[in-house]
Design a protein around this ligand. Structure first.
Ligand code: ATP
Ligand code: MG
Length: 281
């Protein structure tokens, strides 16, 4: 009886958060770095199914950096980065598309469907809903320049959970398209569909200071200083930039969250303190 009462209390504790986010869109960037163990993938999928079934509208944008680099090495295509962004020649764009759209996207869709969400996989090329332009000096790595919200709004209003591979169409016809940093894809999409929240799930507790302590809250000026002195580097650069960009687009809140913690999403959304780094302007 005691455990049953406990279950009821737990559900009631969640009620204010369910009310706050009911019907709201939450964009979740599921970083390649967080997609590791089967146990964590299952816990992620259950969290998404739960969010969706209690009336929130999760939208997933996934990365896949580690897998792209792994397959590139096997195929003898060299992986190169500048400021945390991949440099893509024609061959590495092919590899990125194979891995992101062919493998990871399909895997996440199946996983979510197995756990009771209605997931559907798309990339920015589907209906050309994300069009991009080249980032200077990075070849076929682009940045989103036009995001049309129609397709996603149709899907989420029909209670589908869109799972988006960070590949975009080009503004030019006959162009092979672009590989997009998934953080940049997530913020552009969050802005276009007027998401309430964007959460970047990765493989660190959040943004860390020089002593590796978690920074619970960061604003634009603090982020600039941490980038300047090199505390924020590599893949964290596009992530904090994208978090700020999402806020500029009108998204209420941006978080950088540890995807290695079981049920990290529920801990973040259903508790007042959360566990992430919160980015504010
Ligand atoms: N100050 C910092 N605090 C935390 N992580 C940092 C910091 N500076 C750099 N990083 C690096 O950023 C990495 C996260 O970015 P990364 O691009 O590797 O992962 P991801 O974006 O989650 O995955 P993907 O790129 O596949 O979507 C961390 O693993 C860490 O090595
Ligand atoms: Mg990254």
């Amino acid at each position: 009886m005691q455990t049953k009462t406990h279950t009821v209390h737990t559900l009631l504790d969640a009620l204010p958060y369910i009310r706050r986010f009911y019907g709201e869109t939450i964009v979740i960037k599921y970083g390649g770095a967080a997609q590791t163990e089967t146990r964590l993938k299952d816990s992620f999928a259950r969290d998404i199914a739960l969010l969706s079934l209690v009336g929130m509208k999760p939208v997933i944008v996934h990365g896949g950096g580690k897998s792209i680099t792994e397959l590139s090495e096997k195929l003898g295509v060299k992986a190169e980065f500048k400021n945390g962004l991949r440099v893509s020649d024609r061959e590495s764009l092919r590899v990125a598309q194979m891995v992101l759209r062919g493998e990871i996207n399909a895997e996440i869709v199946s996983l979510l469907n197995d756990h009771g969400a209605k997931a559907i996989g798309v990339s920015g090329k589907d209906g050309a809903f994300v069009k991009a332009t080249a980032v200077e000096g990075l070849g076929y790595t682009g940045e989103p320049s036009e995001v049309s919200s129609d397709l996603l709004l149709k899907l989420i209003n029909d209670r589908f959970v869109p799972v988006i591979a960070p590949i975009a169409a080009s503004l030019e016809t006959g162009h092979p398209g672009f590989n997009i940093n998934a953080d940049a894809m997530a913020s552009a999409i969050a802005g276009a569909i007027r998401a309430k929240k964007v959460i970047f799930m990765t493989d660190t507790p959040g943004v860390l200071d020089k002593e590796k302590n978690l920074l619970r809250s960061l604003n634009t000026a603090q982020i600039a200083a941490l980038k300047e002195d090199g505390t924020i580097g590599g893949g964290m650069i596009p992530k904090v930039n994208s978090a700020l960009e999402a806020l500029d687009y009108g998204v209420d809140k941006a978080h950088i969250l540890d995807g290695r913690v079981e049920h990290a999403l529920l801990l973040e959304i259903f508790t007042s303190e959360g566990i992430s780094t919160e980015i504010t302007k």
